[in-house]
Design a protein. Structure first.
Length: 319
């Protein structure tokens, strides 16, 4: 299974104890995956779909436990392009309290004595912190995905309502040091998070404890590999620069040797020149230690600078 499927499988096994959390989670799931069908007489049929049978069973149980309603579970082949397998639909008819469920979840409200379908997240449902967590869990199970953290850090909720997307952004932002972004993708509104630490927080908030541990382990391994690669790149760059400098120094020494001979150099310059010819791979610090008496790296660098200046001068005179 994918990492996202593993997360959802873990969440679908959670036993919700508090009634307020049951209502919040059911509400979030309906907002993320639910739709309505007309049943006549101003009544509606609620349909919530998922490709995960464990999620379907989880909400059938939760709906029964909270509302006492028997949601009908149906299975059909997926009609989504590029998707194989089945979709599992929970259907709640008027006889199974669909109107009462819509009202209590805040999806249907009353204005001037008339029922109307609401948009956005019904705030009384998420008034408590525990309910906010449960609502986010329901939304993630309904319309959320998370990428494989070995490849990238990305968690998103795919929503059809701009208002729900904006409300969800605010809901996520109500947690300390946590934020999300909203974008448009064709006809959908995407609430997404790309920062690894924020994704860890979301996994903890919605109750995916094992997935959180796995995610953190992968994050640490990626960080370690990235740091090792950075050090390796720096080391390689330093080696390349050292080899390039060594090659230039050897060319300068060879020009002096051809034009006037190394014996024409002062003892200090002659010593570093001969060591460089013998040890092309040595760095300046190592060359300084080979001298008698030893000198520091800046002193060696100055000597090679003088050798270069002399080589350039001799070459100009010979032209």
């Amino acid at each position: 299974m994918s990492f996202s499927a593993d997360v959802k499988a873990e969440l679908a096994r959670i036993k919700v104890e508090k009634k307020c959390d049951m209502l919040a989670e059911i509400s979030g799931f309906f907002r993320g995956s639910g739709s309505l069908r007309l049943a006549g007489g101003g009544r509606f049929i609620i349909v919530a779909s998922t490709e995960n049978p464990a999620i379907a069973r989880h909400y059938k149980t939760l709906i029964k436990e909270y509302f006492g309603s028997n949601a009908r579970l149906e299975m059909e082949e997926s009609q989504m392009p590029g998707r194989n397998g089945y979709r599992y639909s929970l259907t709640i008819s008027p006889n199974e309290k669909s109107s009462q469920i819509l009202r209590e979840t805040g999806m249907m409200l009353i204005r001037e004595g008339n029922d109307y379908l609401s948009d956005g997240i019904y705030q009384p449902i998420v008034s408590k912190k525990c309910c906010k967590k449960a609502y986010l869990r329901g939304l993630f199970l309904g319309c959320g995905t998370i990428s494989n953290p070995n490849r990238s850090y990305h968690l998103e909720f795919v929503l059809t309502s701009e208002q729900v997307a904006n409300d969800l952004k605010k809901l996520i932002g109500s947690f300390v040091d946590l934020s999300a972004n909203v974008t448009r993708r064709k006809e959908d509104y995407i609430v997404y998070i790309k920062k690894a630490d924020y994704i860890s927080d979301i996994l903890g908030i919605i109750g995916a404890s094992q997935a959180l541990l796995d995610f953190e382990g992968i994050k640490v391994n990626r960080s370690t590999r990235g740091e090792a690669q950075r050090i390796s790149n720096c080391d390689n760059a330093n080696v390349d620069r050292s080899l390039s400098a060594s090659e230039e120094q050897i060319r300068n020494i060879q020009r002096i040797e051809e034009l006037v001979g190394l014996d024409s150099l002062s003892p200090g310059l002659r010593d570093v020149a001969r060591i460089r010819l013998e040890r092309p791979d040595a760095n300046l610090g190592e060359i300084g230690e080979m001298l008698s008496p030893p000198v520091k790296k800046p002193a060696v660098s100055k000597r090679f600078a003088k050798i270069k200046a002399l080589a350039d001068s001799l070459e100009q005179k010979s032209e």
